[in-house]
Ligand binder design. Structure first.
Ligand code: CP3
Length: 368
């Protein structure tokens, strides 16, 4: 029989100091990791790096598991979700883990019927006020207990010094899927809904904001050491509509989480023109895609925020020495100061060579 997926003690990665440095004592403590320090804009022994979608289809071991188990089952089975979360950490000395789940998983918990094909497809897209009013609140311990159990398992088995990031979709991005029903380039139905029914849109975004606040707080309670909100479709909105609809919903989620003291990351895809609107938001880190210049993002956000990003995922297809040049460009653009977490500008592509990821992680650590 193929090696059973398990998170048994024998799978536990040895204690290590990412970056090859001898980070003894406090630096090995989970709460003093380079990643968490960078989230708080404190100097760190090396530049932390993790990779959006690091647990997933570019890894042969993930694909092997997916041949046997469908995606939804993976997310709902704590032993399997924890296993997939830990897979990239066994290969690469990454500075953070991200929970294996999906932004649509808590909506399933709220009774929204959907399939992963593999992208999420909602059976009955939300188009009416009645449907919005019928959305129940999310009670994480009752509706998505498997997510919380997955977090506990990952925390028990992750290498020391590698914090776990819990996550959720940002309200507007979730609304895009809920109203359109399936991924799309333009999300036309969701944007039309926003203009046609602005009050219903605000109601929906408010409900999602509250549900995601409860969801993220429960993840922190289960052991997630940082929390991230994915605004994957921010770039669909003009700055005015972003500020009127998407941003207040995120602010509402963020406000509910503030007292937890857990760093909050807001990833804003294609958000170069949205940075002035984002700057006052009470989050610790802003993640950006490769179309933004980090130096400019830092200038606009000011010293009170850390930044995360932003290598083009396509750069992992460059020759090794070229890849280093592109990494240098990101690091130079981010500048030497604290408060930069290296990442891709968006999720890693499924056809990426894992060896390129190994080279990337090592080189970022070498550069310090
Ligand atoms: O490694 C990680 O980052 C953790 C796992 C994770 C998944 N989805 C697993 C997944 C995370 C953080 C997400 C977030 C997510 N899901 C986002 C926000 C981030 C982004 O990329 O913008 C969005 C928009 C989704 C919605 C979604 N789920 C899409 C569009 C797809 C299909 C295409 C794709 O990117 O793979 C999914 C399915 C999905 N979610 C897969 C994985 C590994 C592929 C399912 C499979 O194995 O067949």
């Amino acid at each position: 029989m193929a090696a059973p997926v398990s998170v048994s003690a024998s799978d536990q990665a040895p204690e290590r100091a990412p970056g090859g440095g001898d980070a003894g004592g406090a630096a090995r403590d989970r709460d003093d990791s380079a990643f968490l320090r960078a989230c708080r804009r404190q100097p760190a022994a090396h530049r932390p790096i993790w990779i959006m979608r690091q647990a997933g289809r570019y890894l042969p071991e993930y694909r092997a598991l997916r041949q046997r188990v469908d995606f939804a089952t993976l997310t709902r089975t704590p032993e399997l979700a924890a296993e997939v979360t830990l897979q990239p950490l066994r290969r690469f000395p990454l500075d953070a883990a991200i929970l294996f789940s999906d932004i649509m998983t808590p909506l399933q918990g709220m009774g929204v019927e959907l399939e992963f094909e593999p992208a999420p497809v909602v059976r009955s897209p939300l188009r009416s006020e009645a449907q919005i009013e019928a959305l129940p609140p999310l009670v994480p311990a009752r509706d998505v207990p498997f997510v919380l159990e997955s977090i506990r398992l990952v925390r028990a088995h992750a290498p020391r010094g590698v914090p776990l990031i819990g996550f959720a979709g940002a309200p507007f991005t979730l609304m895009c899927y809920l109203v359109c029903g399936r991924p799309s380039k333009e999300f036309a139905a969701a944007r039309a809904f926003l203009y046609a029914q602005p009050r219903a849109t605000e109601r929906l975004l408010g409900r999602l904001a509250d549900a995601m606040a409860a969801y993220l707080a429960a993840q922190a309670g289960a052991g997630a050491q940082a929390l991230m909100l994915f605004e994957s479709w921010a770039g669909l909105l003009a700055p005015r509509e972003f500020a009127q609809f998407a941003l207040p919903a995120v602010a509402r989620t963020a406000a509910a989480l503030r007292s937890l003291g857990v760093p909050l990351i807001y990833y804003v895809n294609q958000g170069a023109s949205l940075m002035p609107a984002v700057a006052p938001l009470e989050v610790d880190v802003i993640g950006v895609d490769w179309r933004s210049q980090l130096s400019e993002v830092r200038r606009v956000l000011g010293p009170g925020k850390a930044v995360q990003g932003n290598l083009d995922p396509a750069a992992l297809f460059a020759a090794p020495e070229e890849l280093r040049r592109h990494v240098d460009a990101v690091l130079d653009d981010a500048g030497p100061g604290p408060g930069h977490i290296f990442n891709l500008g968006h999720g890693i592509w499924p056809d990426t060579d894992p060896d390129a990821v190994a080279r990337l992680v090592d080189y970022v650590h070498e550069r310090r």
